[in-house]
Write a protein that binds this ligand. Structure first.
Ligand code: GUN
Length: 281
């Protein structure tokens, strides 16, 4: 029976330690501040930014929200980003994705000052990560690395298989795992024999976004299983990509959904805001 990786608890410890760092900064008269931009009224995004604002409040990071109308133009969005870039009181800028389809999200991410890019989506930060340099790392991948660390899971020399190649999770996760000397394989919609590849994984990470797509036959005995998926069933229940009941019989470690990777993403965002603030002073 797998050991459950308690992301909720590790995220709480991370926030507590960050709060101490924030208190220390405040004693010097500095309060870290995050600006969040959301365009339109995507329901999932609303939940995400609410969680982010709550977490900021908990550790004492100031938070400001810019909710733009769904018909906002690219120029209006870029102008706001420039304004926040130039505002010395703002240490971190987060543009919540997705954006309405008429907007160019890559241009918007590139417009964010890379020193305030707490999501790690700017090409400069993506490039620095690929070179193994210190940078802002996308929050979900860095949260997963923290889960490994907190559970003494050494990925060096291990076969890591990642399901999903998104810019937010899959791709930066490849770099994070490579930087820790893992042998990394990434699978996606065009990959042949995903089951066979997954079964070779010492560490299997699913970031697909389909409920119960990872079944017991894809998991090697005693593999570590990390579930990035957050899927809402018709019943309203939130589940991951992994069939948890089956997988926990075979895995050595497993993350639950909710309470696994999700809380770590928010904790690592705060970590990046504090890091950005320290670099800016
Ligand atoms: N949309 C879904 N996840 C994320 C995230 O981590 N950051 C941003 N900016 N948008 C997202």
């Amino acid at each position: 029976m797998a050991k459950i990786i308690n992301g909720k608890e590790i995220a709480k410890q991370t926030r507590e330690s960050l709060k101490k760092e924030v208190d220390e900064l405040k004693r010097k008269g500095i309060t870290p501040k995050l600006a969040v931009i959301m365009v339109g009224d995507n329901q999932a995004s609303k939940v995400y930014i609410k969680n982010k604002s709550k977490a900021c409040q908990e550790v004492g990071v100031e938070y400001e929200e810019h909710i733009l109308d769904k018909n906002t133009t690219q120029k209006e969005l870029l102008d706001l980003i420039e304004k926040l870039n130039n505002n010395k009181e703002i240490n971190g800028i987060l543009l919540q994705s997705p954006l309405p389809s008429h907007l160019d999200i890559q241009e918007a991410f590139q417009t964010i000052d890379y020193k305030k890019d707490v999501d790690g989506f700017h090409p400069m930060n993506v490039g620095k990560l690929a070179l193994g340099q210190d940078t802002f790392v996308s929050c979900t991948p860095s949260g997963i690395m923290k889960l490994f660390e907190a559970n003494d899971i050494d990925i060096s020399g291990k076969n890591v298989v990642i399901l999903g190649r998104s810019n937010i999770v899959g791709k930066p996760l490849v770099q994070c795992c490579l930087n820790k000397n893992a042998t990394v394989t990434i699978c996606h919609s065009k990959t042949k024999n995903i089951e066979e590849t997954a079964k070779k994984a010492d560490i299997l990470i699913s970031a697909i976004g389909k409920p119960n797509i990872v079944t017991e036959n894809m998991i090697k005995q005693d593999a570590v299983v990390i579930d990035v998926g957050i899927n809402k069933l018709e019943t309203g229940k939130i589940v991951g990509d992994v069939d948890f009941e089956q997988a926990s019989q075979k895995a050595s470690y497993i993350t639950p959904v909710p309470g696994g990777v999700g809380p770590m993403t928010v904790a690592m965002l705060l970590n990046n805001v504090v890091k950005a603030t320290k670099q800016q002073i």
